[in-house]
Ligand binder design. Structure first.
Ligand code: AMP
Length: 474
């Protein structure tokens, strides 16, 4: 029986941007003269173009290296899950479940959802694969697309990417602290300046008492609240704390703070986390209004906030997470403490662009291969492989035939050396090496060319081939 969520029932009508593009055809116009409208992307979805890949790879590579350094193991999870996985974990009354999930019936009539986040999937996988029997903590990381049907705006998409880290099986505050340190380390390695905002929302029990107090406070001011916050007050009052409404923000000044409701154990846990991160000089700030939108969090909650070049006035959350000791139990597994966080890759890439951090899209080639004729192309393919194995990126312009045009392409790329291979060289088993700076040319044995190029590059100051992958510029 397909589970229908509010989101499925109240799916908003497509806006004009979302409708299939149509092009009016004049009356009497010949059908084969019809102009085909170009295909359009869905609103809130985007292509990540080749020219953006430099920054994307920089983020992916940095995350992978930090994950390995902290002994986290990679996990890949399906994008599509049974929708009730998210209903049970993220919780009714959250924006994600109420409004933002892409839920539909698959061809067998089962209710499925495009994942809006991955923590629930990692937890499901932990249970499914009996990871509780492995040495704890089980430390996992993932990356991939998430889907939320939210209103698109700058930095907010309907398909976006997250990288995330989860640690299962240990309830010690050091685990929370290590995750925070790891997150900060990723930003440091990327060259971004962040601070951590941190709070504790205690156990469900102390939260319960606090919520009663919070609701009583806001009920007195109910008439001043916007519709969204009235709804939150009724369905998920904790979420009122991250309202963006100006009146609510003013009211928050006098609202009760959760830290005052923490029991001794929760307080102690939180103080230890703060001590640990202070010890390693993580810049942090207590934010008594920080809560996470999802039901399964307990104790520590935190966000990584970009400190922008305006002296820290504007703030931009690049990611966040916290402890979720109740999640595995809520999914039917044996009670297992856990803690984790997710970072938004689009937001990080945007921050890199704003900070003008622009790593190359791929390693710059040092060598260009210019060919004259098909026989030379054939030899060229083999040479490519040899250079690739030697870790020297080689560019080419197989689409161009004239030597002049190929040398122009080589110049544009700023390569150090160009290898020239014509009919004669193929027959002789040789190749010409042209030094692009001096214009000097030398004929060498094709069998020794890789070795000779390696030597030449080494002798050139500041040139050190590093990559393993071939480069092809057609
Ligand atoms: P959350 O899973 O809501 O805690 O989000 C963690 C991080 O993912 C946020 O701090 C953002 O950087 C990013 N993020 C969340 N929602 C979106 C979205 N719709 N578009 C782009 N990035 C998002």
């Amino acid at each position: 029986m397909p589970v229908k969520t509010t989101a499925a029932k109240k799916a908003p009508k497509p806006s004009s941007e979302e409708k299939a593009p149509t092009k009016k055809v004049q009356k009497g116009e010949d059908s084969d003269k019809k102009v085909k409208a170009s295909p359009e992307l869905l609103r809130g979805f985007r292509d990540i173009l080749p020219e953006e890949q430099g920054r994307w790879n920089f983020v992916r590579d940095t995350v992978r290296l930090v994950a390995e350094a902290y002994s986290f193991d990679r996990i890949d999870l399906p994008i599509l899950e049974r929708s009730d996985l998210f209903l049970r974990t993220i919780g009714k009354g959250t924006d994600i479940v109420e409004k933002e999930m892409y839920v539909f019936s698959d061809p067998s009539g089962r209710a499925v959802a495009l994942r809006p986040e991955a923590t629930a999937s990692v937890a499901r996988s932990y249970i499914n694969h009996g990871m509780i029997d492995r040495p704890q903590p089980v430390k996992l990381w993932y990356e991939g697309p998430m889907f939320r049907h939210d209103r698109p705006q700058a930095g907010r998409y309907r398909q976006f990417h997250q990288v995330g880290f989860e640690s299962f099986g240990v309830d010690e505050p050091i685990v929370d602290a290590q995750l925070i340190v790891l997150g900060v380390q990723i930003f440091r390695d990327l060259g971004l300046n962040v601070k951590v905002q941190i709070n504790s929302i205690g156990t469900p029990e102390c939260r319960h008492a606090y919520l009663a107090e919070l609701v009583a406070y806001f009920r007195q001011h109910r008439s001043k609240l916007c519709e969204d916050d009235k709804r939150r007050l009724q369905k998920n009052p904790l979420r009122i704390l991250d309202s963006k409404d100006e009146i609510t923000l003013e009211l928050l000044d006098g609202a009760p703070q959760i830290l005052d409701w923490l029991d001794e154990k929760s307080k102690e846990h939180f103080m230890k986390v703060l001590e640990f991160i202070e010890e390693v000089e993580v810049p942090f700030e207590l934010n008594p209004y920080l809560v996470r939108g999802l039901d399964y969090y307990s104790h520590t909650v935190f966000e990584f906030v970009l400190i922008e070049d305006d002296g820290g006035k504007s703030q931009n959350a690049l990611g966040g997470g916290g402890r979720y000791d109740g999640l595995i139990g809520a999914l039917g597994g044996r009670e297992t403490p856990a803690c984790g966080f997710a970072l938004g890759v689009e937001r990080i890439v945007r921050a890199l662009a704003q900070a003008e951090i622009d790593p190359p899209q791929r390693p710059q080639p040092y060598v260009f291969f210019a060919q004259l004729g098909d026989a030379a192309r054939r030899v060229g393919l083999r040479l490519f492989e040899e250079f690739r194995q030697a870790g020297i990126p080689v560019a080419e312009a197989f689409g161009k035939n004239a030597l002049k045009a190929q040398l122009e392409a080589a110049n544009k790329l700023g390569v150090e050396l160009t290898l020239i291979l014509g009919q004669k060289e193929v027959l002789d088993g040789t190749v010409i090496i042209r030094d692009m700076e001096s214009g000097a040319q030398e004929i060498v044995d094709v069998k020794k060319v890789v070795q000779i190029v390696q030597k030449k590059l080494k002798s050139k100051e500041g040139v050190a081939p590093t990559t393993q992958s071939p480069v092809s510029d057609t």
